[in-house]
Design a protein around this ligand. Structure first.
Ligand code: FAD
Length: 287
């Protein structure tokens, strides 16, 4: 099958919880979402204050439930030896998929922090573990905030694919045209791997606005205005968010997106609602 036609691309992302209560809650969330039969779960690395040990533990917990799981990975402050050991551990434990990232430098770590582009990490993984892992990388339909230009960002995205990445997951966005335009530009640049849209459900406007400003994801003005207008009315924010994100996902799937990767924020409800609105259990099984 042509890589661009791979269809079973539905996945759920978690971050490692920082408290025992959070761990207990996430176990229940993971059970509920496992019932939807995603292709895989993924677990962030070092993001949002989560620790590397937390990522590894959560990855193993999910793996032990029988679900497929992909750890996110970046060099961070690790040495090559430490990273190689971690890759070998994952391989020996039966993990066969990774999301390879440069990662964001945590504030306060200073300029001495080691800093590798994701294409170098993909090369490193292929060098030390051959074809064992399916490697996903990140890409940015609205362009990475540190990128010099649209074309340069696609040029560097292609370097990750040329280094051996198998597929990509996008940063979230709320404008379907940004995704379609980006996919077209990637195809013209010779990138033929699946590009799965990352989907961020909307449940809390203040948090979403803060996060979007820092990662360069645009919340269209009309959406900001509607969301701001709801003030503290969380039920209206949730209902509006569900409607807008359902419609976005419909456009993406109807336009040929090869799946969806949900940024769950460790919550089940919003993703389950989207899944049901989109009749994904039926679409998914029919593939
Ligand atoms: P890169 O692909 O290395 O690109 C980073 C920037 O450098 C871009 O502007 C690019 O154009 C430029 N560039 C790339 N290669 C080169 C090169 N060789 N020379 C010069 N410039 C170059 N962050 C976390 O900390 N933990 C996570 O678990 C995590 N998970 C994520 C999952 C997804 C699906 C996405 C979309 C993002 C995730 N992030 C995570 C955020 C991500 O780490 C940041 O967006 C980071 O700033 C860039 O990572 P990258 O892998 O895309 O970097």
């Amino acid at each position: 099958m042509d890589k661009t036609e791979r269809k079973n691309g539905f996945s759920f992302e978690f971050f490692p919880p920082r408290t025992e209560a959070g761990e207990g809650k996430l176990r229940r969330v993971q059970q509920r979402l496992a019932a939807l039969n995603p292709e895989f779960f993924s677990v962030t690395y070092g993001a949002g204050g989560s620790t590397k040990d937390g990522t590894r533990q959560l990855v193993l917990d999910i793996h032990n439930t029988g679900s497929s799981v992909a750890p996110h990975l970046s060099f961070g402050g690790s040495s090559e030896g430490e990273l190689k050991a971690l890759l070998e551990q994952y391989r020996d434990e039966g993990i066969n998929r990774l999301v390879a990232l440069r990662g964001d430098i945590p504030s306060g770590t200073g300029p001495a922090t080691q800093y590798f582009y994701a294409n170098e990490l993909v090369e490193f993984i292929r060098l030390h573990t051959g074809d064992h892992f399916h490697i996903d990388v990140a890409c940015y339909p609205e362009i990475h905030p540190q990128s010099e230009s649209y074309d340069r960002d696609i040029h560097f995205f292609k370097k990750k694919i040329d280094a051996g990445a198998d597929s990509a997951i996008t940063q979230y966005f709320y404008n379907a045209d940004a995704y379609f335009h980006f996919v077209d530009a990637c195809r013209k640049a010779g990138i033929d791997t699946p590009i799965v849209p990352g989907i961020m459900p909307i449940t809390n406007y203040a948090k979403l606005a803060r996060f979007s400003d820092s990662c360069g994801a645009e919340i269209p003005r009309w959406m900001r205005k509607r969301l701001q207008g709801y003030g503290d009315d969380s039920e209206s924010i949730r209902a509006f968010g569900e409607e807008v994100v359902t419609s976005l996902c419909e456009k993406l799937l109807d336009g040929g997106a090869p799946g969806l990767h949900f940024y769950t924020m460790n919550q089940a409800e919003a993703v389950e609602a989207l899944w049901q609105n989109l009749s994904l259990s039926t679409r998914h099984q029919g593939q």
